[in-house]
Design a protein around this ligand. Structure first.
Ligand SMILES: *[C@@H]1O[C@H](CO)[C@@H](O)[C@H](O)[C@H]1NC(C)=O
Ligand SMILES: *[C@@H]1O[C@H](CO)[C@@H](O)[C@H](O)[C@H]1NC(C)=O
Length: 342
């Protein structure tokens, strides 16, 4: 480095570029720069060298990952890319196809901060919209979320009105993103008495996203598992009465075709997540959850992010799914085939 004096030094520098790249030692670079050149021209030449070094370093960095593979950071990155975007430790083959979530804890989250419940619901909506692209990127096919149950109407009117507006705002605001990310949206539950403008947005978003296929986002609004079963019974009764089917033809497969979840190819959640430490299913998908793995997280829904989701998925992947005592693969295949053929 001491020999650096103008033009000759430049040549010397060119020789040493590869060594500099390995060292990546910018500090040293600056040090010799000030030690050795005092004339204006040398300062300019020196600056040129620094720029060249940086440019070449950048090119090297981009064109060859192996060049940097010694550092643990890029080693992690490589592991990630071999899993096609999945975090280390998760396996693609063992991912759930359908994840259902009871998004609990918005109000407590707000209360803990001395905020009105509405702020908690806002934060909850943001939390959901962060999870949607994650599910889509990692290859989960269906995400069903419990947004509003038939029991939630007893909440203060102002909060109910706010929630209805929030659903509407979310649907209108996110439609473009759903299209860009190939997300299909469906709404399950009894929406016939929801505010008209919300119903219009539900129709618009579900129709517009109908052909999207990467992720199916199912929003349960005014949903009740029992009501769903009851309306399925009514529908089947009408069909029997009209002579369309015989009573003895009614089996599980016929029945599941009358439930709201008939909208998806994978109606049975592999994994149910409930946040905020509550250990109940609260009338959510009660028919469909028969063989689901349950995962309960202590965090409140607005705090549930990628890290917590990875924990839930890891827990799911460590479990041996038994489907009522039978071997996981055989029975699992049977169950998913049943649901696919419906
Ligand atoms: C919510 O769903 C229940 C059960 O289907 C229905 O009786 C009720 O009218 C619905 N309420 C509104 C406001 O949509
Ligand atoms: C969905 O696909 C069908 C059949 O290809 C087509 O007729 C329809 O216009 C598409 N709908 C939307 C909203 O893209």
């Amino acid at each position: 480095m001491e020999t650096f004096m103008g033009g000759q030094g430049l040549k010397f520098e060119a020789w040493n570029i590869s060594r500099l790249l390995v060292n990546q030692n910018q500090n040293q670079n600056k040090k010799y720069f000030f030690h050795t050149s005092f004339s204006m021209i040398n300062i300019l030449l020196g600056a040129l060298v620094v720029v060249l070094v940086l440019l070449i370093a950048e090119k090297f960095r981009k064109s060859s990952i192996s060049f940097l593979s010694k550092s643990s950071h890029s080693a992690k990155k490589q592991l990630k890319s071999s899993q096609e975007g999945l975090p280390a430790g998760l396996s693609r083959e063992l991912l759930p196809k359908h994840v259902a979530i009871i998004m609990d804890g918005n109000r407590r989250w707000a209360k803990n901060r001395g905020l009105p419940s509405m702020m908690g619901h806002n934060a909850g909506a943001r939390s959901l919209m962060k999870l949607v692209p994650i599910c889509s990127d990692w290859g989960i096919k269906v995400l069903t979320v419990y947004a509003f149950s038939t029991e939630n109407w007893v909440r203060p009117q102002v909060e109910v009105d706010f929630l209805m507006k929030l659903f509407e705002k979310m649907l209108s605001k996110e439609l473009e993103k759903f299209m860009r990310n190939d997300v299909r949206v469906s709404v399950i539950g009894d929406s016939t008495k929801l505010p008209e403008s919300l119903q219009e947005w539900i129709t618009k978003v579900t129709e517009t996203t109908k052909n999207n296929s990467k992720l199916h986002l199912i929003l349960a609004v005014n949903y009740s598992g029992r009501s769903d079963i009851v309306q399925a019974c009514q529908s089947i009764s009408h069909k029997v009465k009209d002579g369309l089917i015989k009573p003895e033809d009614v089996d599980e497969s016929v029945f599941s075709q009358e439930l709201h979840t008939k909208c998806t190819e994978y109606p049975y959640p592999d994994l149910l997540i409930r946040t905020s430490g509550e250990l109940r299913t609260s009338n959510f998908l009660i028919w469909q959850l028969a063989y689901s793995e349950f995962y309960f997280d202590e965090s409140l829904w607005p705090d549930f992010g990628e890290r917590e989701f990875v924990k839930a998925l890891s827990s799911f992947q460590r479990r041996q799914r038994r489907f009522g005592g039978q071997d996981k693969d055989k029975m699992g295949d049977k169950i998913s085939k049943q649901s696919n053929s419906n």
